[in-house]
Design a protein around this ligand. Structure first.
Ligand SMILES: *Cc1c(COP(=O)(O)O)cnc(C)c1O
Length: 400
């Protein structure tokens, strides 16, 4: 067994990132400036979108994108239940109503679920590319077109994800795509986010709204060529990205394809070494899209495995392997359950997923030995682990 704890996630920060941050700190310019602009241009190029606006989180990206689309009181926005709370919280911030729907067995929102949830008040959809695999966007865009709905993609897990050969962000059929550079994501700026869009007017509005609603940012005011004048036409947000964060992002982006390759390599090892364990289901890839394994989500069937999910997590922790659960479905949180009146019976698939899911450690800086430790720990827990009194009782209960 490992002697040190293997965290479920760690960022990969290299010497180039550190040097660029130090250079930025010495440059005299810390807030949004030329490095942020460079980072925006490079992300736009990477995802193949004409416009990118950097913000200080994906939550901010989702919020400002919906605000720029004039989503507000009286509007309904459809979101999947299997997501992080930020996806729906931003809808609440705008005074609109999140309409939460069930997902399919892969954790994704479907066109059918969306279609069933549409009412005359529906204004927008927020598909989430769960775990680093794209939703079935062709079907979703078709429903959106037919009903005249806006589409804002939550691509927090999906920078580098492709769907039918094109990157998430490359399609001009969605209004905006929101990426996260949070510490645990595929690439990081510590905290950070990006909105990409194919719509010039929307891009301008998002840019203005992301900095107080001001017509000029600090770079355009304080530099020699700038002017002190600006106008505020609407109450915007304070969501701009700093130069220090962009310094990290520029180098993380250059390393991203290498990160994703290592992620896929580790996932292939898990797929090979963990297949055939009774009661353990592994992610399955789909032919028309890649999976960049932002998360490696496995599913434990409490009726067939030696242990239930919660006990499995504890056993792995005892063996010094960290894991996490993505996600506690939205409808289970008191806010959405009590204020919006959702209950578990409305989400049979997400409920079944939630009983058994956990995310195994998977990140580029894991060594082959780390990966082998995870494989060994899963095997020793699920294939030869002796039944404890508690797990026997649990199995008996489940069998009833
Ligand atoms: C992480 C995450 C977010 C929020 O990203 P931040 O950059 O932390 O604001 C939104 N949606 C999903 C699905 C996420 O996993």
């Amino acid at each position: 067994m490992r002697t040190t704890f293997l965290p479920y996630c760690l960022p990969s920060i290299g010497d180039d990132e550190i040097a660029e941050v130090v250079d930025t700190l010495k440059s005299g310019w810390l807030t949004t400036g030329p490095k942020v602009r460079q980072f925006e241009e490079e992300v736009a190029k990477y995802v193949d979108s004409p416009h990118a606006i950097a913000v200080n989180s994906c939550t901010a990206a989702l919020h400002v994108a919906l605000a720029a689309l004039d989503i507000g009181p009286g509007d309904e926005v459809i979101v999947p239940t299997m997501t992080f709370c930020a996806t729906a919280n931003v809808v609440v911030h705008l005074g609109a109503t999140p309409v939460i729907v069930d997902v399919d067995e892969t954790g994704h929102i479907t066109a059918d679920a969306i279609e069933r949830a549409i009412t005359p008040r529906t204004k927008a959809l927020l598909p989430v590319h769960y775990a680093g695999e794209a939703c079935s966007m062709d079907e979703i865009f078709e429903v959106a077109r037919r009903h005249g709905l806006r589409v804002v993609e939550d691509a927090a897990h999906a920078i580098g994800t492709t769907y039918k050969g094109r990157k998430v962000g490359a399609s001009d059929q969605s209004d905006a795509v929101c990426f996260s550079f949070y510490a645990t994501k595929n690439m990081t700026t510590g905290e950070g986010g990006m909105v990409t869009t194919h719509n010039q007017v929307l891009a301008d509005r998002i840019r203005t709204l992301s900095l107080h609603g001001m017509s000029h940012n600090a770079w355009n005011r304080y530099t020699k060529t700038g002017s002190w004048q600006y106008e505020v036409s609407e109450a915007g947000f304070k969501y701009n990205l700093s130069e220090i964060q962009a310094a990290l992002g520029i180098h993380q982006l250059r390393r991203l394809d290498g990160f994703l390759q290592r992620r896929r390599e580790i996932a292939a090892t898990y797929a090979r070494e963990l297949s055939g364990i009774p009661g353990l289901s592994l992610p399955r890839e789909q032919a028309d899209r890649n999976h960049i394994y932002h998360l490696y989500v496995v599913w434990v069937d409490g009726n067939q495995a030696l242990l239930g999910r919660d006990e499995f997590i504890q056993k792995l922790k005892d063996l010094n392997i960290g894991t996490s659960v993505h996600f506690i479905p939205l409808h289970r949180h008191p806010l959405y359950r009590d204020r919006f009146g959702y209950c578990a019976e409305q989400f049979p698939v997400a409920e079944r997923l939630f009983q058994g899911i956990l995310s195994l450690p998977l990140y580029p800086s894991m060594s082959d030995a780390d990966v082998a430790d995870v494989v060994d720990a899963v095997h020793s827990t699920l294939t030869s682990g002796r039944l404890t009194a508690a797990s026997t009782a649990e199995r008996y209960w489940r069998a009833l």
